[in-house]
Design a protein around this ligand. Structure first.
Ligand code: ATP
Ligand code: MG
Length: 646
């Protein structure tokens, strides 16, 4: 992808001018950041106002120092004292088709009762609680209950293995685990309780387990340790006073998904995090009182924390929550859900869009998608071809696409269009411009800003309220991974460029940049070029050592239905990529595969691709934990290498 002539991108002429409102808001936030964030924080409920907006001892930040706040109050209490009391908070749909509508008042009751349950189980302020739950309404309720009493929670995605779960529980020494007897996924029951039991064989910190009955199956309950949710609720109290917590109190620990290495426990604060998530939900999604908002992320990911729970509930929105797979029982399930609830804001991932795009335009066209107003994506760069489809077929060329760049570590969105601050011209494939308060820059390897249009390393030049406050129990790793590459600046580890209009384009992970004959190429640049060809569904690119060029380009490509692998297509693709980027990017090897190895969040397992491309010992890869068990990684590698045959 190049901003000048890349597939589907608009010409870069420097005539693009973002709305005056956006520009002035951003400028004000730069000129007087403390006053700016002070006014944003005042949109929330605080027990005590802060003495100082920011105490910055690089790289450690304390936002709203002296302030006291509680996340559950901002999500539910605030609304039950208004007309929103009986407004629907969650429109829930289970995979088998069961449905529930939960009002703010009902959610409030559930949060309070479960908070008292947690207290009865011995949980105190500062203790850690782990969640291993299916996507049911009780999940956000229990998360808010933990926040209400000041327990720090960690959510482990319910697709992760027993060993990953145990590793995370042990890292944070969780005292209580909340799980269920199962959850539905593609028509099957995921046996969550069995996985918890296996994990708990090696987690001495866990004293109690609460088990929500979702499926109604027999599971083993260990006497004195395991309790049914509904039994615990019988002894619950209807009201638990929310704990006034210091703004810096750790709200949660979230282990990053592990696309690139051993999980890191990102710790998020309460006051700064909530302020940032509240503000970004408004700016990016342009939320209105009567919106029906749907973020498809599982609560196991940071997107689910920030934009399923805290952001939308803080605004008193009605949000849709769906338990299962997008293609069950058929790949029109999501379009059906949008029609059924009249979803107006829809936020998902590029992987999901590419997967659903494969089934063609007719499927979404069978549904009434006229309620949609804003579309969003997160998790990876969205390639221009998928952007166009999302824009034209799903959004019917009426809805802006907010391509949101952020990370587990950043707590919320940093770079994205902001429809709430006025219309800004979009460029397919670019996450566009920084949000107010965010000052990104592109550095060369020596820490000097590069010229517009030149590639380099993204840095964020000043702290923002949503930033993680450290890695759990590992201040040194926090400093080393994120703050030492360019001292004084936050280093997210992404390779990117800023074009002549100031728009940001993400080119791949910084540690995967290829150096071919002295030129640096991001993996995404090459992958986008592949996906711009009509035959290609998905592509993964990695480097392998090359005696002459430094690195050679190896590509793994899956084809769309109706195309088959051939030497001729291989040559055609080589020429196509060469033409799109330049002779330097001519791929050395193209392998047609039937699938790519993916993480549970749908991202390509980059380390696996790299190892296979460079012929490294695959055994090395399997020793790196990434949320999947070693068996699962091995299976992914085996399937991937087997499909390499063609
Ligand atoms: P790990 O850090 O454990 O390797 P991860 O980085 O995949 O895992 P996340 O925090 O979920 O875990 O993902 C953040 C990363 O995803 C970003 O650093 C960036 O590389 C990529 N990303 C997210 N959103 C976008 C986007 N809109 N455009 C481009 N890249 C994105
Ligand atoms: Mg990361």
């Amino acid at each position: 992808m190049s901003t000048e002539e890349g597939e589907g991108s608009l010409p870069t002429t420097s005539k693009i001018v973002p709305s005056q409102n956006y520009r002035s808001t951003w400028e004000v936030s730069m000129k007087n950041p403390e006053q700016f964030w002070d006014s944003m924080a005042r949109e929330l409920h605080w027990f005590r106002t802060w003495d100082k907006v920011l105490e910055w001892n690089p790289p450690f930040a304390k936002w709203f120092k002296g302030g006291q706040i509680n996340a559950s109050v901002n999500a539910v209490d605030r609304h039950v004292n208004t007309w929103r009391k009986n407004k629907v908070a969650i429109l829930w749909e289970g995979e088998p088709g069961d449905r529930r509508a939960i009002t703010y008042n009902e959610l409030y009751q559930e949060v309070n009762r479960f908070a008292s349950v947690l207290k009865n189980l011995g949980v105190q302020k500062g203790d850690r609680i782990a969640f291993y739950m299916p996507m049911v309404p009780e999940f956000p309720a229990a998360v808010l209950a933990a926040a209400r009493i000041g327990a720090t929670f960690t959510v482990v995605f319910s697709g992760f293995s027993a060993s990953s779960l145990a590793g995370r529980i042990n890292d944070c020494q969780a005292k209580v685990v909340v799980t269920a007897d199962g959850g539905y996924r593609r028509g099957k029951v995921i046996q969550l309780k069995e996985i918890v039991d296996e994990a708990l064989a090696s987690t001495p910190s866990v004293q109690k387990v609460a088990v929500y009955r979702r499926v109604g199956r027999e599971v083993s309950m260990k006497e004195g340790r395991d309790y049914w949710w509904h039994d615990l609720m019988k002894d619950s109290k209807p009201y638990v006073a929310p704990e006034p917590l210091d703004s810096s109190h750790p709200l949660y620990i979230l282990y990053t998904s592990g696309t690139t290495g051993k999980p890191k426990g990102a710790v998020h604060s309460t006051g700064g995090y909530l302020t940032f998530v509240h503000a970004t939900t408004k700016w990016v999604f342009d939320v209105k009182e009567d919106d029906v908002y749907w973020c498809t992320a599982d609560i196991g990911w940071v997107t689910g924390h920030s934009y399923v729970i805290f952001g939308p509930l803080s605004h008193g929105l009605t949000t849709v929550m769906y338990e299962g797979a997008p293609d069950y029982p058929a790949p029109d399930r999501w379009w059906q859900i949008i029609e059924r609830y009249g979803v107006s804001i829809f936020y998902t991932t590029p992987t999901a869009i590419r997967a659903l795009m494969k089934f063609g335009d007719d499927l979404p066209k069978k549904y009434n998608l006229n309620s949609l107003r804003v579309l969003g994506t997160v998790g990876e760069p969205i390639n221009p071809a998928a952007w166009e489809w999302y824009y034209n077929v799903i959004g019917q060329a009426r809805c802006p696409i907010v391509d949101t760049w952020w990370q587990t570590e950043t707590g919320g969105i940093l770079i994205s269009p902001t429809p709430n601050l006025g219309i800004m011209p979009l460029k397919p494939g670019s996450a566009t411009l920084p949000l107010p308060g965010i000052e990104p820059e592109i550095f060369d390897e020596h820490g000097k800003p590069v010229k517009p249009g030149e590639k380099g390393f993204l840095v964020i030049k000043r702290p923002w309220p949503g930033m993680f406050i450290t890695l759990y129990n590992d201040d040194d790793r926090y400093k080393q991974v994120y703050w030492s590459r360019f001292p004084g600046y936050y280093y997210p580890g992404d390779y990117a460029l800023k074009d002549h209009d100031g728009y940001f384009w993400f080119l791949g992970r910084a540690d995967e940049v290829l150096k071919v004959a002295g030129h640096r190429l991001g993996t995404i640049e090459i992958e986008d070029a592949f996906v711009g060809h009509r035959a290609v569904a998905e592509a993964a690119v990695a480097g392998r050592p090359d005696a002459v060029k430094g690195e050679g380009i190896v590509a793994f490509v899956t084809l769309k239905n109706g195309f088959s692998a051939s030497q001729q297509l291989r040559e055609e693709l080589k020429q196509h990529v060469r033409k799109a980027i330049g002779p330097i990017a001519t791929p050395d090897e193209i392998h047609f595969v039937s699938l790519l190895p993916k993480t549970r969040s749908g991202k390509i397992m980059r380390r696996v691709v790299k190892a296979v491309a460079s012929g490294a010992e695959i055994g090395d890869v399997t020793t790196l934990e990434d949320g999947a068990s070693i068996e699962e990684v091995k299976k992914a590698i085996a399937e991937f290498t087997q499909s390499l045959g063609s």
